[in-house]
Ligand binder design. Structure first.
Ligand SMILES: Cc1cc2nc3c(=O)[nH]c(=O)nc-3n(C[C@H](O)[C@H](O)[C@H](O)COP(=O)(O)OP(=O)(O)OC[C@H]3O[C@@H](n4cnc5c(N)ncnc54)[C@H](O)[C@@H]3O)c2cc1C
Length: 279
């Protein structure tokens, strides 16, 4: 029979996780839906459950010299209203679910679920977030793109828990977030886009873009970005077709119940074009 535990501390949590038989549940807004077979039936879990949402020591937002640290059990709604949380992340969270869901849903859950349509993953990729995993007496720090392998696939071991999400502090002159869903609120993205630039004296010092829901993971290419830094804004805009062509090769969406691949690709490319034109 499936067991469930509610540890009182992080140390107690990793003691339970040590034998590898427990799955962490945070807000449960993904897991409870995934494990329910039909409406009005209780969810069916195959593994033991470790309920972590009441671990207050994992509820914090702290600013250090270079990073914002977000504890893994901090709700999305808390992040949304915190003055130290990165503005781009807040803008994205505002487009996620509804306040009721956001009061229990977490960034860690969005990461653990590893959906290519997971909205918060787009800014976390763009901002070079590091995920800090904890297991018995051991920490592992991984860049988000190394942690997520594909839909619902991560390298998080059964004995590990996401403890902290560390987000480097960046200053961008302009950012642009666009999410296309079936409706304004409570909709999973058909396609999403986040662009950011830092411009000084008409020079592009930093250029980044990330796309959601158009590949098996979030798309971000450091190689392409590097090629178009340290050039003038005019030159950058002149190279728009070349830049778009490079991303076109990376955008490989699928058909599903929310949208089809032709629509997703076209909209993603339109968003990139629009971002470059409006810099
Ligand atoms: C009505 C509704 C609307 C939604 N709208 C959106 C939306 O607009 N955008 C969007 O991206 N998502 C949306 N979601 C999905 C969901 O709310 C988010 O993915 C949320 O961030 C999941 O967080 P959670 O804490 O509830 O995760 P949970 O369901 O608790 O967990 C999800 C996964 O992460 C793992 N996990 C959780 N915490 C940890 C941890 N600390 N360490 C290791 N593994 C962990 C779990 O084992 C599980 O595999 C919606 C869901 C619902 C029900």
């Amino acid at each position: 029979m499936v067991k469930h535990v509610i540890p009182k501390s992080l140390d107690e949590a990793v003691d339970y996780l040590y034998d590898g038989s427990y799955q962490v549940i945070a807000g449960g807004t993904d897991l409870m839906v995934q494990k329910r077979s039909t409406a009005e039936t209780p969810p069916q879990f195959a593994s033991n459950l470790l309920f972590a949402f009441n671990l207050d020591e994992l509820k914090y937002i702290k600013k250090s010299e270079r990073c914002i640290h977000i504890g893994s059990m901090t709700s999305l709604e808390t992040i949304l209203h915190h003055h130290d949380a990165p503005n781009i992340l807040k803008e994205v969270i505002l487009d996620m679910a509804s306040p009721a869901i956001r009061n229990v849903a977490t960034l860690a859950g969005n990461i653990g679920n590893a959906s290519p349509a997971g909205d918060s993953l787009v800014p976390l990729y763009l901002l070079d977030a590091q995920i800090i995993l904890f297991s018995k007496n051991q920490f592992r720090h991984l860049p988000i793109e190394k942690l997520i392998l594909g839909p619902r696939k991560t390298v998080i071991r059964n004995d590990e828990i996401i403890k902290d999400i560390a987000i480097p502090i960046h200053n961008f002159t302009k950012t642009k977030w666009t999410k296309v869903g079936g409706r304004q609120a409570d909709a999973i993205a058909k396609v999403s886009f986040l662009g950011a630039v830092n411009i000084e004296n008409e020079m592009i010092l930093d250029f980044r873009v990330a796309f959601g829901a158009v590949y098996k993971t979030i798309i971000r290419s450091r190689e392409i970005e590097k090629e178009y830094r340290n050039i003038s804004v005019t030159e950058f805009k002149e190279k728009r077709d070349e830049i778009v062509k490079k991303y076109e090769e990376l955008i490989l969406p699928i058909d599903d119940q929310r949208s089809n691949k032709e629509y997703r690709k076209k909209v993603a490319i339109n968003m990139l074009n629009d971002f470059i034109i409006n810099i």
